[in-house]
Design a protein around this ligand. Structure first.
Ligand code: SF4
Length: 215
């Protein structure tokens, strides 16, 4: 039986949702206060198989999509084979750009695989890595990564390796007490683009973040 919620769309962008799991527990994560976006429920009780994602893409497909985005409510690269199959499926349907939003922890998740190269070979064009902080200490406070303190450096290494194959953007969520300009300098240092995303959750979560970062 096919699983619902594997694809969704907005305007002329097709979105793919490969996983609801994550290796982080970010304080600002949408999953703390919602179960989807754009009116779609994106909760999943298991990761879909590659074939299930491909079938969902084919079922949702209509000519007119101008890009595809691998952006679930969890970390898409936890379902790496599903992500790769999704990119290949989109590329077989149309020659449109495909991008992904990730927490950038793939080198820690798959120490024996070359994930940047595998993404590139599948056809990935752009990766957005959510760095969310200018340094490891702040990242650990805000994002509570299960890989611990080594996560931040590994995330930047992942972004740098991706730069060999595709465009890379580092992103942060604007929260009180976060030094956005210092984050921008991290992106400049490695030669990546930079994006500030606006926080859209409940204000009480912002208060908790502010007291954590500002003290
Ligand atoms: S990395 Fe993304 S999905 Fe995971 S907890 Fe943070 S905001 Fe949520």
């Amino acid at each position: 039986m096919s699983i619902p919620n594997l694809t969704y769309w907005r305007g002329r962008t097709l979105y793919v949702n490969p996983s609801y799991r994550c290796t982080n527990r970010c304080m600002f994560c949408i999953r703390n206060y919602d179960n989807g976006v754009f009116g779609f429920d994106l909760s999943l009780d298991r990761d879909p198989a590659p074939e299930e994602l491909m079938e969902a893409i084919r079922r949702t497909w209509k000519t007119g999509f101008v890009e595809a985005a691998i952006v679930g409510l969890g970390e898409p690269l936890l379902n790496l084979d599903g992500t790769l199959a999704s990119v290949r499926q989109v590329k077989s349907l149309a020659s449109i750009p495909v991008r992904i939003n990730t927490n950038g922890e793939a080198l820690l998740m798959y120490p024996r695989r070359d994930v940047p190269r595998e993404l590139a070979l599948a056809g990935m064009n752009h990766v957005q890595v959510s760095i969310n902080a200018p340094d490891s200490q702040t990242y650990v406070k805000l994002c509570k990564p299960s890989f611990g303190e080594k996560t931040y450096a590994s995330m930047l290494r992942f972004a740098e390796r991706c730069l060999k194959y595709m465009t890379v953007e580092l992103s942060v969520v604007r929260v009180p007490g976060l030094d956005i300009e210092a984050c921008r300098r991290v992106a400049e240092r490695i030669g990546a683009q930079f994006k500030v995303r606006e926080y859209r959750g409940p204000p009480e979560l912002l208060d908790a973040i502010a007291s954590l970062l500002v003290g």
